[in-house]
Design a protein around this ligand. Structure first.
Ligand SMILES: *Cc1c(COP(=O)(O)O)cnc(C)c1O
Ligand SMILES: [Zn+2]
Length: 507
């Protein structure tokens, strides 16, 4: 729709101008730092940073209903830069001019409702929000669009001429960073560090295809992360992990979209998210708090983090109910099918600790934020069950469904919750190897997954006796031979399917 055709009430707001006054706030010492320089940790105490807006309160002069109108009408604009996460420009990057925004088609991912069978299986009806339908097939693109838009802004404002963008990854961060970096004609080069053998073949292929420098290191993600942190402190590289606070900002769009897709009515809703490095859960909490603060929503959803028993430091931390007594201890991870969340020492933990208290207070009770753990078995069974019912859930999506099922069956789910949004954080195709291990029954023992017969599936290979002419065996079949093959194959298939030949149509 053209700008002049929108209602006058919203027209002046539709194309946002740069506004706000952003700064880094250290969660360790509380000091503030300017954003002109790329910072990943506090220069004074090495604490993690959050980005905040000194002029945030200016946004409160616009009432909640009007914000809802602005965001809803904005979705009818054809301006590409505003079709993704920057529809919510004022909330997640308002200092960036619209013409510096990098848009590769991220965000705006669908909510797909569970059918009756799956709702019954889980305990309540839910939606998957399919973040696998982002350009690099995971939610990481939300944060990368934000981080790379800011980099582009720095380059275009001549505050930076070239960047070596570097990240460690459980697979999806590198796919996403490499994709966004490759879009830049000049100025940005991308390097990704992967734990050797700990990412799927698809995830390894993605950064290679985008032309990134791919470096494999021994160990698990937590080890590679330490190397990247050292590099970013001692060498001129731009860290693209979720330690980079710009990533968190972009990922907040996930919450904004849920609110918009449910007409801003979040009564009785649970939002369920897998936790790995804890960047995503940070962003989801922060996102809903922002909407609530601006009266764009009037009810906060219950936020649930899910972890595998094989990588559960956040779950263990919140087991202690007494806040004073909680002590965070990193864990040594065991192999997990939710490989993208297989992290024992999440870098965003200080962010989670601060935000969870704020969220529980705003929500009015501890129930506003919960963490559950699930077994590897439950994750696999749930993913396969989801995908047999029309979804495209990855293992982490399966983890969310397993978490929901646990919550309902154990009675932990707060009583007023009667619907949920589950984050399928990546596309199932990235995690095909785990489906294959399940179907072939060849999981390594450490995974502790035993396939259930009724969830397995295998191709049926049809073979023929030698006298039946077969394509591929003989170089070229005569028309008569080919008819013989088609008839023989059809009879075999009819046999497998247990169907009878129809009567002759003429008789
Ligand atoms: C990165 C990732 C996660 C974990 O998110 P964090 O922000 O690290 O907690 C979960 N699922 C997928 C598919 C991911 O790529
Ligand atoms: Zn500090």
């Amino acid at each position: 729709m053209k700008l002049q055709d929108f209602p006058e009430e919203v027209r002046p707001y539709l194309i946002p101008k740069p506004s706000g006054d952003y700064f880094y706030r250290c969660l360790g010492c509380g000091k503030e730092q300017g954003i002109e320089e790329l910072l990943y940790v506090c220069p004074e105490c090495r604490g993690v940073l959050m980005i905040e807006d000194r002029k945030w309160d200016r946004l409160k002069s616009i009432p909640g209903y009007k914000w809802r109108h602005i965001f809803d009408y904005r979705s009818m604009l054809t301006e590409p830069a505003l079709r993704g996460i920057y529809r919510f420009h004022e909330l997640l990057g308002s200092i960036i001019p619209v013409d510096h925004i990098v848009y590769l088609g991220e965000g705006h991912t669908p909510l797909v409702a569970s059918n009756d069978r799956l709702s019954k299986w889980a305990g309540i009806p839910f939606w998957f929000k399919n973040d696998g339908q982002n350009p690099s097939a995971s939610f990481k693109d939300r944060g990368m669009a934000s981080a790379f838009s800011y980099l582009r802004h720095l380059i275009e404002s001549r505050r930076l001429d070239s960047v070596l963008a570097i990240c460690a990854s459980t697979g999806d961060t590198s796919a996403s960073a490499a994709l966004y970096a490759s879009y830049f004609v000049e100025g940005v080069k991308s390097v990704v560090l992967l734990p050797h053998g700990k990412v799927t073949p698809q995830q390894l292929g993605q950064p290679l295809g985008s032309g990134a420098i791919v470096i494999e290191l021994p160990g698990v993600f937590d080890d590679a992360m330490k190397v990247v942190e050292y590099l970013s402190e001692h060498y001129p590289v731009a860290l693209m992990n979720s330690k980079n606070a710009w990533r968190i900002l972009g990922q907040e769009s996930y919450s904004f979209e849920i609110a918009q897709q449910l007409d801003y009515d979040l009564e009785g809703l649970a939002v369920i998210v897998p936790i790995g490095n804890a960047g995503n859960i940070t962003a989801v909490i922060k996102g809903f708090l922002k909407l609530y603060d601006l009266h764009i929503i009037t009810k906060l959803p219950v936020i649930v983090g899910v972890q595998s028993e094989h990588a559960n430091p956040v779950y263990l931390y919140y087991l202690e109910r007494n806040r004073e007594k909680r002590i965070f201890k990193p864990v040594k991870v065991k192999p997990s099918v939710a490989q993208a969340a297989m992290i024992g020492n999440p870098v965003s933990m200080p962010r989670v600790i601060e935000l969870v208290e704020e969220y529980r207070e705003a929500y009015g009770s501890e129930e506003g934020f919960l963490v559950v753990e699930v077994s590897e078995q439950e994750i696999m069974d749930s993913m396969l069950m989801a995908n047999r019912n029309g979804h495209i859930a990855c293992t982490q999506g399966g983890e969310c469904l397993a978490g929901l099922k646990r919550l309902v069956s154990s009675g932990i789910l707060p009583r007023r919750v009667d619907r949920a949004v589950l984050n399928s954080t990546a596309h199932m195709l990235k995690f095909m190897i785990f489906q294959e291990k399940y179907f072939m029954d060849n999981f390594e023992p450490d995974y502790e997954v035993r396939p259930k017969k009724d969830l397995q599936n295998q191709p049926i290979v049809v073979t023929f006796p030698e006298h039946v002419p077969q394509p591929g065996v003989k170089v070229s079949l005569t028309p008569d031979e080919f008819r013989q093959f088609v008839t023989a194959a059809s009879e075999k298939i009819a046999d497998i399917l247990g169907i009878e030949k129809k009567g002759d149509i003429h008789s």
